[in-house]
Ligand binder design. Structure first.
Ligand code: SF4
Length: 101
């Protein structure tokens, strides 16, 4: 009986001290008001070149200085706190890597 009580106490204590797994951040929706204002598209192939003539056809979130470091397809962007953008995306705030904003 005492052993079972000690084992249960140890299990509860371990569970209480284990950090909770972080929930994945939601994917930025193109209809998000900030996304709309920045012309964000989840796939840079859909950039409206008439509206954004500075877009050179090679820019994507993956090559932007404002996306989190890494190789994941979904990553945080400093312009959209609490969300992730697709590496294939683009917005008019694109910045080349290596340049301080
Ligand atoms: Fe993508 Fe860069 Fe725009 Fe963020 S700032 S959405 S990483 S192009």
């Amino acid at each position: 009986m005492l052993r079972r009580l000690l084992a249960a106490t140890a299990a509860i204590t371990a569970g209480a001290t284990r950090p909770a797994a972080a929930a994945p951040l939601p994917l930025l929706d193109e209809t998000d008001p900030v996304a709309v204002s920045l012309g964000y598209v989840a796939n840079a192939k859909r950039v409206d070149r008439r509206k954004y003539p500075a877009y050179d056809g090679r820019q994507t979130c993956a090559s932007c200085a404002l996306i989190a470091f890494g190789t994941a397809v979904r990553r945080p962007c400093t312009l959209f706190p609490g969300k992730v953008v697709l590496a294939t995306g683009w917005c008019r705030s694109w910045q080349p890597k290596g340049r301080k904003a």
